[in-house]
Design a binder for this molecule. Sequence first.
Ligand code: GLU
Length: 478
Amino acid sequence: MTDKFRVRFAPSPTGELHVGNARTALFNWMFARHHKGTFILRIEDTDETRSALAYQVNLLSDLQWLGLDWDEGPHKGGAYGPYKQSERLAIYAEHLKKLEKANLVYPCYCTEEELEEERQALILSKRMPRYLGKCRDLTAKQRREKEAAGRKPSFRFKVPELIIEFTDLIRGTMKFDSAAIGDFIIVRSNGMPAYNFAVVIDDFLMDITHVIRGEDHLSNTALQIMLYQAFGFMPPVFAHHSLILGRDRAKLSKRHGSVSVGEFRSQGILPAALMNYLGLLGSSFTEAREILNREEMIADFSLERASKSGAVFSEEKLRWLNAVYIRQSSADDLLEMLHPFLKEAGIDTSLLNVDKLNPIIDLVKNDITTLAEIGSNINIFFDEKYSMSSEAKHVLEKEGALNVVKTFAAYLQETNAADSDLYPAGIKYVKEKTGAGGRDLFMPIRAALTGKVHGPELDKIFALIGKDATLKRIKAIL
Ligand code: GLU
C-alpha cells in the first residue's frame, strides 16, 4: 500500500456522462487534490454489448471540459496500467484461477431461462429472489456432460455464511447478512469478468485507498468485501455519497429534464459553474458560501461532511450560478467559450476585431444566464442581424414616437459634438424640441436603435453602435 491517498473514477462508457457520475468524479478529484493524493481514471468497458467508443470519447472530453484532470489513466499512462478493463482480461483470468484453486468458485451451466424461472418461483413464494446454488454441487461427471452438450459455463463465487460489516466514511457502520445474497457470477459465460470481480482486482492492484461512489453501489460493496476476503486482499476505505434527485425526490433521470454534462455544455453552462453547483449539492463545504472557485472547493472539501440524504437538483439554481459566473468572467475568457454559440447564431466573429467585440460582450454578459443566449442578445450590434420586433413596432406606432426618433436623427446629422457627448446632448435636444420625457422619450429611441423593447442601457448601446449605424437604422424606419 502507498501512504498517499489514491482514488479513482471508474465510469462505464455505456452512455453520456450523467451529472450524478460527474459529481462522483468531482468528489474523488476534490478528495485527491485536497489530500495531495492521486486521482485515477479507469474505464470499465467489459460489458461489450453496452459499451461504445463514442461514449468513451465524449466521457474523456466532458471530464477535460470540466477540468477534472486525472493523474493516471487513458492518454496519461501511469505505473498501474492498463487503465481500460478490456485490456486487463489476462489479469482477471489469472485471478479466477486463484479462486478456483482455493475452491471458492464453481462453473454454472444454468441458462437465462432457467435462472428466470427460479427467480419467478421465488417471487411467487414471497422469497428473496437470488441464485439458490443449483450448480454448486455438480459432480465432475455432470459438469463434463454439460460441457459435452455445448454449454458454456459462467463462474459463480461461493458466498460464505457471514455478516459482512464495514465502516463507511459517510454512513458509518454498515452490515449485510450474506444469507440474502446468492452465489454471484464473477466471470460471465463469454469469458468477460463481471463488474464486482474486476473492480475488486483493479482497486486492489491499483493500490486504491478510498473508494468514493454513489450509494447505489452499497449492496455491491457487500459482495466486493467477500471477494477481498477470498483473495486475502486488504479492502480500501469506502464512502458512499447520496445521489442526485429530481424534484419528486426520485433518482435524477431523463424524465426530469437535462441530465448529462454534454447537454448542459451545449446549453452554454460554464464548466466552472457546473463544477461549483455539483460541489454544492448535498455537500461538503464548511461555510454557507455558494460561490466557490476550484481552489476554494479543494481547500474546503470534506468527504465526512458530504450529506447522507439525497440532494435535489435544481436547474434554476444552476442557471443562477451560471449567470454569476458569466458576469464575473472577462470578455476575453467569455469570447473563447462563445465562439461556437456565436457561430450557431450566424455571427461571423472573424469579421470583427476583438476591440469591437469585447465591449459588446462586457455589456451583454449582464443580461444572459447561458452562453446560448448570446445570439439573441448580441444581434442588436450587427446591422445584418438587426430586425424589428412586433413590440418595438408597436412602440414606434404610438403618437409622437416617430417625431422623437426623427428629431434625434436630425440632431445627429447636424451636430459636431464629440462622440462621447452625442447621446446625452441628443437626448437633451429631443426633450427640448418635442417635449417628450420618460418612457415616451426613451422607448422610441430604444425601439429604433435596437428593434427591441428590452436590453442593456441605451447610452452604452449607442456608444457601441455609433452615429452612422443609428442614422441608418432610423432612416430605414422613417
Ligand atoms: N463502472 C461502475 C459504474 O460506472 C463503477 C462503480 C464504482 O465506482 O465502483 O457504476
